[in-house]
Design a protein around this ligand. Structure first.
Ligand code: NAD
Ligand code: UDP
Ligand code: UDP
Length: 314
């Protein structure tokens, strides 16, 4: 049995990953400081004898014996990562150093959950891994974008300098059950607003685009990336379907049979105009991996989750 550490394991993506790794027959240590994650996300795993939950902040050293590390600890929603931007940078950078130090000492493989935000407001469309990005280093999103860019630098330097077996994935907007209703990201906001028949808040003119990946497709990609041989990445993991925020709002109104109206609000600063992954590299290096769940199908599962499991938006 492999011993696997998941940092940020009580978060949205982390909880799905812990579930999958347990299903695959591994020992899982889930580390989280509950900044944005919560016990509710992993409470159903607590009876599993191969699951261990640790309250710990990744910015402090952590000693344990492991075979693999998935480093997810970091708030992901703009609302949350801008709440305490200094702490966001520390989590990305010092957290990466600690987890790389742990990987170096234990000779563990380590995977970094990086982001499409490293491309900033991109001039190349769709985004390929070889594109270096267009990121404002001093703006409101920089604590997240530059923190994640620096973490990628650290991963590649530990790989070159200390021969650590690293894997970097660049995750594009991912959604699904266990997103927080107050998360602030577009899909949870729109679904909660639609279910309450409240106004749907589109920021800007709504013509900016995003590509939305259902969480199960991402988890499959993460596990395949960890298993890949002689491949560090970075590799894009996302669904190439591209939608404007207006299209997204209309789809969610239709799927929830909502009476909500669309309203337009100011666009936050440095909000990227377009985002769409080129996933050729992932397909080539990860056994033909590609997303299989359409936006409409994934939204139905997510809407059901918000209807059935969450009462806090009522
Ligand atoms: P999330 O906020 O639900 O999960 C992040 C988890 O990290 C939370 O459980 C939080 O409590 C924990 N955490 C934060 N700071 C910590 C610290 N200092 N020490 C220990 N734990 C800490 O967000 P998510 O969507 O599940 O994102 C998981 C990872 O994936 C993040 O690294 C994020 O940057 C990356 N990512 C997510 C998306 C997306 O669309 N969801 C896109 C790109 C990248
Ligand atoms: N570290 C950790 N767990 C370990 C090994 C290291 O948290 O099992 C931390 C350690 O605190 C250090 C960081 O990882 O600050 C980087 O470790 P590295 O060995 O690269 O650097 P050094 O200890 O030489 O500064
Ligand atoms: N957005 C929106 N209304 C909302 C929340 C977000 O129109 O209630 C927009 C936001 O400005 C951005 C897009 O939706 O253009 C995606 O935002 P999100 O925060 O989900 O992800 P990110 O901007 O990090 O890709």
């Amino acid at each position: 049995m492999k011993q696997i550490l998941v940092t940020g394991g009580a978060g949205f993506i982390g909880s799905h990953l812990c579930e999958r790794l347990l299903k695959d027959g591994n020992n899982v240590i889930c580390m989280d400081n509950y900044f944005t994650g919560c016990k509710q996300n992993i409470v159903h795993l607590l009876d599993n004898p191969y699951f261990e939950l640790v309250r710990h902040d990744v910015t402090f050293p952590y000693y344990v014996e492991v075979d693999e590390i998935y480093n997810l600890a970091c708030p992901a929603s703009p609302v949350h990562y801008q709440f305490d931007p200094v702490s966001t940078v520390k989590t990305s950078v010092i957290g990466a150093i600690n987890m790389l130090g742990l990987a170096k000492r234990t000779k563990a493989k380590i995977l970094q959950a990086s982001t499409s935000e490293v491309y900033g407001d991109p001039f190349i469309h769709p985004q390929v891994e070889s594109y270096w990005g267009n990121v404002n280093p001093i703006g409101l999103r920089s604590c997240y974008d530059e923190g994640k860019r620096c973490a990628e630098t650290l991963f590649m330097d530990y790989h070159r300098q200390h021969k650590v077996d690293v894997k970097i994935i660049r995750i594009f907007n991912t959604y699904g059950p266990r997103m927080r209703p107050d998360d602030g990201r577009v899909i949870s906001n729109f679904i909660v607003q639609a279910l309450k028949n409240e106004d749907i808040t589109i920021y800007g003119d709504g013509r900016q685009t995003r590509s939305f990946q259902y969480v199960d497709d991402l988890i499959e990609g993460m596990v395949r990336m960890m298993a890949s041989k002689d491949f560090t990445g970075p590799v894009n993991l996302g669904n190439p379907g591209e939608f404007t925020m207006i299209e997204l709002a209309e789809m969610i109104i239709r799927l929830t049979d909502s009476k909500s109206k669309i309203v337009f609000m100011p666009l936050p600063s440095d909000d990227p105009r377009q985002r769409k992954p080129d996933i050729s590299l992932a397909k080539e290096m990860m056994d033909g991996w590609e997303p299989s769940i359409s936006l409409e199908e994934g939204l139905k599962y997510t809407i059901d989750y918000f209807k059935i499991f969450r009462n806090d938006y009522k």
